[in-house]
Design a protein around this ligand. Sequence first.
Ligand SMILES: [Cu+2]
Length: 244
Amino acid sequence: MVNGTVNPYLNVNRELVRLRLLNGSNSQNFYLRLSDGSSFQQIASDGGFLSSPLTTRALFLAPGERAEIIVDFSRIDRDRLFLMNGSLAILDFMVSGQTSNSAEIPQSLRDVQAIPIGTNPKTRLFELQSMGVNGTINGKFFDMDRIDEEVNINETEIWIIRNIGGMMQPGGHPFHVHGTQFQVLSRNGQEPPPAEKGFKDTVYVDVGEEVAIKVQFTHKGIYMYHCHILEHEEGGMMGQFRVE
Ligand SMILES: [Cu+2]
């Protein structure tokens, strides 16, 4: 379903069209592409614009992740095109009208400033483990009466999120943090891919993977972090932290 609609279609003109995509499913990952295999531009991730448009033929979105893309329908001579999830068509574009080349995508979208980090930042480890629809973070099920982490306001920290698998149906976890937009520092010790270089609040961590993020909180309060697979979140894979 797209926007609550079964078998959805969208009428588009032969021009640049900007699509705002949100994976709102409870547990399904999306591997998006266009049915003719053509490229498109990713311009934004969870927390807004990337520094520059990213030309790609495939876009991965885990539950909770967002992206904005621009599809150039002026290059399409056929009258139908599909947005695909793997081999499944999920959105039908009905393309019509005269070709219009009037719009241009700026090559510089935003100055993505690196979150400043001190010389000896506080580092926290979050180990994700799932058992069927249940899951734990650092071996603990969620407890509303427990604060799991105490965080100092305005201090940049490094959070390491590690997926150590599980006993039944181990899978990836989209780790979501409230109250901030973070930056991915590394994925499995490597520089993050270009699509993960903007501001984010949800990052996918597959089985055996380790992702480090730079995170800072500028407002006091009690916030949550949790897996964005809703069954996991409801099954205990959530924690609370207090910013003071
Ligand atoms: Cu999960």
